[in-house]
Structures are given as C-alpha cells and as structure tokens.
Write a protein that binds this ligand. Sequence first.
Ligand SMILES: [Zn+2]
Ligand SMILES: [Zn+2]
Length: 263
Amino acid sequence: MIDYHVHTSLCNHANGAMEQYIEKAIAADLREICFLDHLTLHKNGSDQSMEPSDIPFYFHSVRQLAHQYERQIQVKVGLEVDFSPETADQAEDIIRSFDFDVIGGSVHFIGSMNIVSSKNAKNTVNRPIDEICGQYLELLDQMVSRNFADIICHLDLFKKFGRRPSSAVNEKFDALLSKISYKPIAVELNTSGMDHPAKEFYPGAALVKACYDHHIPMTLGSDAHEPGQVGRHFEAAIALLRDTGFRNVSAFTRRTGYDIPIV
Ligand SMILES: [Zn+2]
Ligand SMILES: [Zn+2]
C-alpha cells in the first residue's frame, strides 16, 4: 500500500526526521511514501508552513532520501498547497519551478478563519456549519478550476470538530464531484479524521461512494505529523475502499498518475 500524505518538521508543527517517516513506512510494509508538506502563502497560515525559501532544501532532501532508500521503498516528493485566491498565482509559480511528483490541493482557511485550528473552532462555533461548508465548497470549486492540484486533500475537512452540515450541501458536493470527474484529479482518503473529533475519514463513507459513482480515482494518506502516524487506520481505510468497489488507489511520478492495486 501507499501513504501519500506525510509532513516534515519544516512546516513548524510536525515532528521527527524524514528518515523516521520512511523507516516507519518500511516497517508497515508500504511500497511508497510521499512527503506532502505544507505550502501556505497567505499570512494567516504561513507560520504553519514551509517558507518558499525552504523548498529547494526540502525538495532535494527528499530526492536524496529516495535514492538512499530505493531498494526498500519508493519515496516521492510533493506539496500540500493551501489554496487561497489571493496567493494562487504565486503558488503556481513555485509548483512550476520544481519537478514534483504530485501536488495536493487543500482548503484550510476561509478568509482569515482557520477551520482546522481548535482556537478558531471556539470562534466559529456560533456560525452555522452549512454556511461554513458552503464557503469551503466555493473555495474548493475555485481551486479545482485552477488545475494545479493532482489530489484533493481531505475533501470534507469542515467536519473536523464534529459538526456536520445538513443534507442541503449534498447537491453542492455532487456538482463539485461532477466537475472533478472531468479532470485528471484523484480525491484523497485521509485517515487523520479518525483521530479528530470528527471520528471519521475525510471524506466519510457516503462521499467515498459518491467518488466511486463519479468514477473519480482515490489515493490514500495518513496526514502524519509524526513518524508514528504513518499508515494510521489503513486497514479500515482499505476495507472501506474495497467494500465501496475500488480496486486501485492512485500514485504519482512527476505529476503522472498510475494505479496501485488494492490487495
Ligand atoms: Zn491539510
Ligand atoms: Zn496535511
């Protein structure tokens, strides 16, 4: 199996050496691990991200480790790009400057509101979750239109603190998935949500089924912020993918996707 979403200490909120993430992946018998560290350019999130000036070091460090470990595991390098309309041009310039294996697109912020921060959760608790979800999906729609992402990360992240939108958002999700299905984009099954108050994968089973129905490929990632989290909850995640009907997950080399069979 593969883990296509792990971080590094360069983003200022993850721990452990890159080698430790790779060693954990080897111990878990994974065939590929992909570093997908944060690139957040807008000022509200830049302290939780690599600086653009860190990226040459990051990129070349992972490539060197890929060479070092090539007989044991494939090591890939990508970015988790935090989408905001204001910084998208700059992010795309950075993406083009390196030969990344994969680019993940994420929405963590609605304007200045960080939807993944527990501090912000207290501030946003009085705002209707349908409204937050609607704004989040609007940003995802803009992100998909920009065509820079190969993977959509944690599709329904707005549920992190346990609040769920009403069924009124289903139509919006359906429109978004329909748009994604015409593009060479995979949706990530991100297992970190099991360890958050959401207590569910991102996305949950109904949206995994909707991806399948729209013929959208899926990939798999732990969103590990420490080496011990590599491959977390993968047994249940693989069972969900298999039970839904998926026979493969998507992996990438230099922005080109290919299938890895689910065994
Ligand atoms: Zn993220
Ligand atoms: Zn992440």
